[in-house]
Ligand binder design. Structure first.
Ligand SMILES: Nc1ncnc2c1ncn2[C@@H]1O[C@H](COP(=O)(O)OP(=O)(O)O)[C@@H](O)[C@H]1O
Ligand SMILES: [Mg+2]
Length: 376
């Protein structure tokens, strides 16, 4: 067990990292954040912020020499850096797992090898592959295999011609082509697992996306208890097969009533933000507990909840950046506003969120939409 006041190392310094730092502080730990961005919102509240590249030898060795354990809030940290750290201290989750999660091809191949359900896809290495692609994959989505997020590095492709255009636009990077699925809904399951195999799962979350970015999430989801159980068993099986230690989020599509895996995130997840206000143990505290070998916390839902993202677009008015007026939101009973302290608002950038707590999921979704529209 890694006991406070030990130092924990964190790779990545966005809002997920900021909440990790807060959770670690609540339990008496110190955190060193490595993030090249001097304005990192986790770095600015950490005990130490290493402003250096994720590959910087000195920074990595400083983490290895000062911390008891290292974790990540960002799956695009070079896995070679995690492997270097692994030679000196526990890295949770480990380099190999992060390597799988940061590469769509490795991830989908892992699903296939494990006999887990996923949608039809094929790897596209060249224009020839696109010309020869199975016609059943159109209309589809072409995704770069590495470094995409929030819908970036993805293009909806009606036909082969459009796929060729998109492939060229992505500079010929290795891609996967997925068939566009008709989704009943999207859900995610968040779980924490420690090094002895203890596991805690959160209730299934239902997610709505807009232009590839999470728009809002609601718990409990509308899927049946049987389907949720099946998803939970699958999620636990995946964590076990990976011998996962840390916090894991798994995105699923429900297609014609059946489960279809979308992707894994080896870190806290935007759709788990409800846990900050609707559970005794947030996903971030659970991450701290799992990587330190503390007993995992209670993850039951204390109340129905709906979480709405606040993107930078709300800040941009007539070409100027203006902080929205929060007074109306702040006066709503049962609403909790979270702002991440990012210095620059940009279109599509996650700047904050709010969570509505209450009795009934449908009412919460309608009210949340109204409150957010009022900010426009
Ligand atoms: N094969 C697909 N069929 C239908 N919708 C999809 C498909 N792949 C992705 N999407 C939509 O795009 C969103 C983002 O895609 P995802 O692969 O999860 O990438 P990201 O890494 O950006 O989250 C998904 O949550 C879903 O709404
Ligand atoms: Mg996703």
């Amino acid at each position: 067990m890694i006991r406070p006041p030990a130092k924990l190392g964190l790779l990545g310094g966005g809002q997920l990292g900021r909440y990790f730092v807060m959770a670690a502080h609540e339990l008496g730990y110190d955190v060193i954040v490595l993030d090249p961005d001097p304005d990192s919102v986790a770095g600015m509240i950490a005990d130490e912020h290493l402003i250096a590249s994720y590959e910087d030898e000195d920074a990595l060795m400083h983490l290895a020499g000062s911390c008891q354990v290292v974790t990540t809030e960002f799956e695009n940290v070079p896995s070679s850096s995690l492997a270097k750290l692994e030679a000196h201290l526990p890295v949770r989750p480990g380099a190999r797992i992060v390597e799988i999660c940061q590469d769509r091809l490795l991830e989908k191949s892992f699903f296939s090898m494990q006999g887990l359900p996923h949608g039809p896809f094929a790897v596209m290495r060249s224009e020839e592959d696109i010309l020869a692609a199975d016609p059943g994959l159109f209309p589809g989505i072409l995704k770069i295999s590495r470094l995409g997020y929030d819908g970036k590095g993805q293009a909806v492709v009606r036909d082969r011609e459009a796929a060729l255009d998109a492939f060229r636009y992505f500079g010929g990077a290795l891609c996967i082509l997925e068939r566009m699925l008709h989704l009943d809904c999207e859900v995610s399951m968040i779980l924490a697992r420690d090094q002895t195999g203890n596991c805690v799962t959160y209730p299934l979350v239902e997610n709505r996306h807009r232009e590839g970015i999470l728009d809002f999430s609601v718990v409990p989801s509308a899927v049946s208890a049987e389907l949720e159980d099946e998803i939970r068993r699958m999620a636990l099986g995946i964590a076990e097969r990976l011998n996962y230690v840390g916090l894991l989020a798994i995105e699923f599509f429900i297609v014609a009533g059946k489960i279809c895996l979308n992707e894994l995130a080896p870190r806290p997840h935007n759709s788990g933000h409800f846990s900050l206000d609707a559970c005794i143990t947030s996903q971030f505290e659970q991450q701290v507990r799992a990587i330190c070998g503390l007993p995992l916390g209670n993850a039951e839902l204390l109340s129905d909840a709906a979480m709405f993202n606040l993107l930078g677009d709300l800040w941009v008015k007539g070409g100027e950046v203006v902080e929205p007026d929060w007074s109306k939101l702040l006066s709503v009973e049962g609403l909790k506003l979270h702002l991440y302290g990012k210095k620059k608002a940009r279109s599509g950038r996650k700047m904050g969120h709010f969570t509505l707590l209450g009795k009934e999921r449908r009412e919460l979704c309608e009210a949340g939409r109204r409150f957010r529209n009022d900010l426009l």
